[in-house]
Structure formats: structure tokens, C-alpha cells
Design a protein around this ligand. Sequence first.
Ligand SMILES: NC(=O)c1ccc[n+]([C@@H]2O[C@H](COP(=O)([O-])OP(=O)(O)OC[C@H]3O[C@@H](n4cnc5c(N)ncnc54)[C@H](O)[C@@H]3O)[C@@H](O)[C@H]2O)c1
Length: 287
Amino acid sequence: MDHPAICQNRVAVITGAAVGIGFAIASRLCQLGMKVVLFDKDQNALDAAVLSLYRRNADAQVTTVTGDVTSASALQELFTVARGLGDVSMVVNNAAILKGAGPWSDQEQWRKTMEVNFWAVLAVQQLFVEYLLEQDFPAAVVSVGSKEGITTPPGNTAYSVSKVAVKVLTEHLEHELRERTSGRVSAHLLIPGYTFTPMNFPGISADSAKPSAPWTADQVANRLLEGLARSDFYIFCEDNEVSRELDQRRMQWNADDLIQNRPALSRWHPEYRKQFKAYIADVAPPQ
Ligand SMILES: NC(=O)c1ccc[n+]([C@@H]2O[C@H](COP(=O)([O-])OP(=O)(O)OC[C@H]3O[C@@H](n4cnc5c(N)ncnc54)[C@H](O)[C@@H]3O)[C@@H](O)[C@H]2O)c1
């Protein structure tokens, strides 16, 4: 059975919904009879997304709002449009950007990353959560995190920091909602793995061949629905190269850095390379 927030003719709002994972989630919710509101800054991509949804389902209930998640007035318009369509029961905070800012460089990239990936997530929550608390029907708020916000691999520091922030924000949101609504309104953290979307593969189209390693965005959207149906908070995605078990070992290793007082990010420390390799040696590859 689907999560009770997924309900025919109720409204689902998805940010960054024109392509990729956001579009795949919008498409699944649309198939399930929800009125979907696609929010994105890319007008052309939104137009193409709407056509695609109608091609899949002539009865699709689709509305778009074009705007930037960092704009308070655009988010206010999103809220007004969504409310005008009926009862909003699902909010998916998905829009994000991937900038390669390092620990002491690229201030502007840091600012932009945090604005889109964190402050905008908070702003969307601030708009919708009060409203959801005042209703009496089941509702869910989904934040899209990343494994980079869990095991924080070196490379994209600003992105990792933004996704760590989203993880903690969503954990606290879920705690507060549980206290206030006894589970009527819930929060969930979707944690995609490596996924075949324009974020990682700029310029791809529907006909582009997918390399073997990443999951498709549709697989991620399906995992979200499975996780929601189980009322999972952490909705974790593997990919075709990294199994659930390997992810679990990596997470355990990260936690043990702190517990065992190892060097920061010891998984990538030359002196720990052999030890980490031995630690995961018995993990079977993905099926
Ligand atoms: N693709 C992956 O491998 C992967 C892995 C882990 C997590 N994620 C997360 O999944 C989510 C979706 O990623 P994706 O790969 O589908 O991304 P994508 O780049 O393919 O698509 C993102 C969409 O968000 C829109 N967007 C970006 N900035 C915006 C802004 N300021 N205002 C409004 N819209 C904006 C873009 O126009 C685009 O349509 C993100 O939160 C991302 O961090 C992705």
C-alpha cells in the first residue's frame, strides 16, 4: 500500500522537477493520480517535462511554476498556486546544484551551493510545514540528500556540507513532526546513489545510452515510493556498482573514525588504505 500522503487528487509539489530525479518523482506521483506542481528555473525543460507527462498519461494533472528556489517571491507563488489546486499533501525538496568548491576556495560557489541546496530547502519547509500542521490529512515532506552528505567523500566540499545540513535539518524536522502530529505529517530523507541525470551527465536526452554504473532516475523514484510505503525515514538507494552492504560498511567506517579517533576521512588516508580494503574484502558485488 502506498504512503497515505500519496492520494488521488491531492497536490504534490516538487522542486527541480523539470529533469532528472525530480521529474521521475513527479511522473510517478502523477501516475498515481496526484495533482503535481513542477517547480523549476528552466522554462524550456519544464515545457518538455509537461509534454512528456501528457504523452504518458492524457489525464495527467500537471501545473508548472517557473522560478528559482532561492527567490522568496517565486516560492510564495509556488505556495499560492499549489494551495489554489487543493490540499497539498506531499512536498519534495529536490532542487540542488553540484559545484566543486573546496575547503578554502571559491567563496561564490560556496554561497550559491548553500543558497540552493540548503537555504532554499529550509525556505520551502518554512512555507509548507505550518500549513501542513493546520490540516487534518496525512502529509509527507521529502528532502533529497545524497550519500555525499553521509560519508562526505573528498572532492566536492561545499556540496557535501550542504547535504550534511539537509540531513540534519530533515532529521530534526521528522522529530518535531512526530512530536506534534504523532506521525500524521512525516519527513523523509531520500539518499540517491550515483544516478543517470543531467547533474552527472550534462546534455543527456531520453535517447542517451546509460553507462552501466548509475541507476536511472526512475529507479530512484521507485525506491522513494517503496521507502515511503514502509514509512522509512532514511530511504537509501544503491547503484549498479555499490551494493547496500558496501554502503553500510562505508558508513560504519566513517562513524568509527570518530569512535576510534582515526584521522579525518581515513578511508582516503594512505596509511589506512590496506585496512579499509581488508574491511570490505568480503562484500559481494551488487546482484
Ligand atoms: N544524480 C545523482 O547522482 C545524485 C546523487 C545523489 C543525490 N542527488 C540529488 O538528487 C537531487 C536531484 O538531482 P538530479 O541529479 O536529478 O539533478 P539535475 O541537475 O539533473 O536536475 C536538477 C533540476 O533542478 C533544477 N534546479 C537547479 N537549481 C535550481 C534553482 N536554483 N531553482 C529552481 N530549480 C533549480 C534544474 O533546472 C534541474 O531541472 C538533487 O538534490 C541532488 O543533489 C543526485
